[in-house]
Ligand binder design. Structure first.
Ligand SMILES: NC(=O)c1ccc[n+]([C@@H]2O[C@H](COP(=O)([O-])OP(=O)(O)OC[C@H]3O[C@@H](n4cnc5c(N)ncnc54)[C@H](OP(=O)(O)O)[C@@H]3O)[C@@H](O)[C@H]2O)c1
Length: 309
């Protein structure tokens, strides 16, 4: 299939491009560095017209750490909404038969939930710390439904937990949580420094290896002719690990032997947050996730390759 991967040079997008090429698809990555700024409707129309993809995978977003999405909250909400409305409008105008596949980050779920079930997306407010970004992720589901209603446009929406893996930035303002931890431990190991971790280490979170995210997209495309999947579903394992246990895995992967201090004055957040896996198991029953220790080992290799940072 001809596939356009928006944000195809980013953290998630890069793995998607690799996996879809390996599966034999004709894949073009596109973002501002290629001359496609999705905040420009004209550029979005021109790219879709020139490329005529059968499938668009949307991994483009203005996103970063909690600090990034709060300190730049207005810019985050404004830019992401414009990117999304332009994309939908351009698809409806130029390529209404294309299928859009999009990850929706799980920060779109209500902040109070500890188990994310697909039907609960709108059952409460988004946590204020991720309001700007999470609200634009919820809007992805609104756009998907409204463009299906009026234009028959097909979207496959995948609710996606925190990802980790190679190719993320080492910049603490951009890197995602587990990657930031790997980056810090690799750096502390190389510089013989100590590590201070936030909170008690007790909270449990679910993690998705970016390579697995990419393989899920490949598995979805493989079933496209038969399956419609026009209701969103989790990429879910209903399994998580405490921050302390994660840190142990990172330490084992790096060989770090320095001290670890826990700053217990910093807040822990909810004790447990995991994705329900019922729908995922129905839709992709044979999918096998990468064990965390293996994914972390690959992530540590990546940070070693790009050190010093
Ligand atoms: N990382 C996670 O833990 C995680 C978890 C769940 C879901 N997701 C979802 O996965 C998607 C990708 O996230 P990511 O972590 O891969 O982010 P990322 O590494 O920051 O990549 C974002 C990509 O978007 C492109 N981009 C930004 N602004 C653009 C614009 N105006 N026009 C065109 N392209 C633009 C960037 O490339 P240029 O700078 O070249 O434009 C970059 O390649 C997002 O929807 C995110 O919510 C991520």
């Amino acid at each position: 299939m001809r596939v356009l991967v928006l944000g195809g040079h980013g953290f998630a997008g890069r793995s998607v491009v690799t996996a879809l090429r390996a599966a034999g698809h004709d894949v073009t990555p596109a973002s501002r560095r290629d001359g496609l700024d999705l905040t420009s409707l004209d550029q979005t129309l021109a790219w879709l017209t020139a490329q005529k993809p059968e499938v668009v995978v949307n991994c483009a977003a203005l996103v970063g750490s909690l600090n990034f999405v709060t300190s730049l909250a207005a810019e985050v909400v404004d830019t992401n909404l414009r990117m999304l409305t332009n994309l939908y409008r351009a698809l409806a105008e130029r390529l209404p038969t294309a299928v859009l596949v999009q990850p929706v980050a799980n920060c779109a779920f209500p902040g109070e939930l500890t188990l994310y079930r697909e039907q609960d997306l709108w059952s409460g407010p988004i946590h204020r710390s991720v309001l700007s970004y999470g609200a634009t992720r919820r809007m992805m589901t609104v756009l998907a439904e409204c463009y299906a209603m009026q234009h028959g446009l097909r979207t496959i929406t995948l609710y996606t937990p925190n990802m980790y893996g190679p190719f993320d930035s080492p910049d603490p303002n951009k890197a995602h949580a587990l990657n930031a931890l790997c980056a810090r431990v690799v750096k502390a190991h190389a510089e013989h420094a100590d590590i201070t971790a936030w909170g008690t280490g007790a909270p449990v979170r679910e993690w998705l290896y970016a390579g697995d995210f990419a393989r899920v997209i490949a598995a979805v495309l493989a079933q496209l002719p038969d399956k419609r999947w026009d209701t969103p579903f989790n990429i879910g394992q209903k399994a998580g690990l405490s921050i302390a246990a994660l840190l142990e895995l990172v330490i084992a992967a790096t060989g770090y032997a320095g001290a670890v201090q826990w700053d217990r004055d910093k807040p822990d957040g909810a004790p447990r947050k995991v994705m329900d896996d019922v729908l995922f198991r129905q839709r992709l029953p044979d999918f096998a996730f990468t064990p965390l220790a293996d994914g972390i080992a690959a992530t540590v290799v990546w940070y070693r390759e790009i050190y010093p940072y």
